[in-house]
Design a protein around this ligand. Sequence first.
Ligand code: NDP
Length: 278
Amino acid sequence: MDINTTKKLNNGVEIPYLGFGTLRSKDNEETVNAVRWAIDAGYRHIDTAAGYGNEKSVGQGIRASGINRKKMFVTTKLKPDEDMLPGAQMKAFEKSLDLLQLDYIDLYLIHWPVAGKTLQAWEGMEAIYKSGRARAIGVFNFTERHFVELFRNAKIKPAVNQIELHPHLSQQSLVRYCETEGIACEAWSPLGGDGGKLLDDPALNKIAGKYGKSIAQVILRWNLQNGIITIPKSIHQTRIVDNANLYDFELLADEMKTINALDQDSRRFGRDPNTLNF
Ligand code: NDP
């Protein structure tokens, strides 16, 4: 396994396991630099969203890096607002392309299920996929019951489910369900998000000490060894580099078990999708 290792999605598209998150990164030079540093450090997968308001800077960062577009994997997301209304998805998608200054997106996600709107919005997502300008489409924060409902209507199965996932919320049963359905899981807030309490966990600290690694590196390595795509965010160059430095150590089976056992199930940093209906 190395930084270029990819996972094959259910339509054959390859997604790099390690991606770069950009939530809370503003539409400014700082984000342009962060994206460029990430690409310089070897990340080939960037995660943004229309709702983050930073697509323009993310696109600028990709271009500033000088990387060949075809070597990059770019995810963006449909806003959970009026863009979920019938017929609005293509226009929203084209706006994202325009801001990013790209002519295709690798992965386009529905950003949060929205009551009464998600099933129809998925039809719009399918039309975008069929247009050939999104190489894969997927969802965000879907639980098993959201999928059951979606499958009644969907012609194309989501390729990805982006979910809150970290050692205090390892989502083992949802991950197993998604695996059975051929849907890849991506971890958002893998480090516990902004100001989360994960990075001082004593059990993780002990494992990190053994390898001379940081807790962040241990968590991200745990994601990779569990077959989970992970998208840590940072605005600082040293952290961006460190968070990609994951390939010179391997967690032992009993260390993986120890981390899996830190699961507190309901310990969420973000909103609970169980409270959301379609
Ligand atoms: P992460 O778990 O990636 O943690 C990011 C936070 O940890 C930031 O405050 C960052 O600070 C800090 N950090 C990063 N690396 C280190 C390190 N090595 N040591 C110490 N602190 C560190 O949280 P996110 O919530 O950003 O999730 C990752 C990505 O997932 C998002 O950026 C986004 O792309 C996606 N996501 C989507 C959501 C949505 O759309 N609703 C919800 C949440 C996430 P600093 O930047 O100052 O370095």
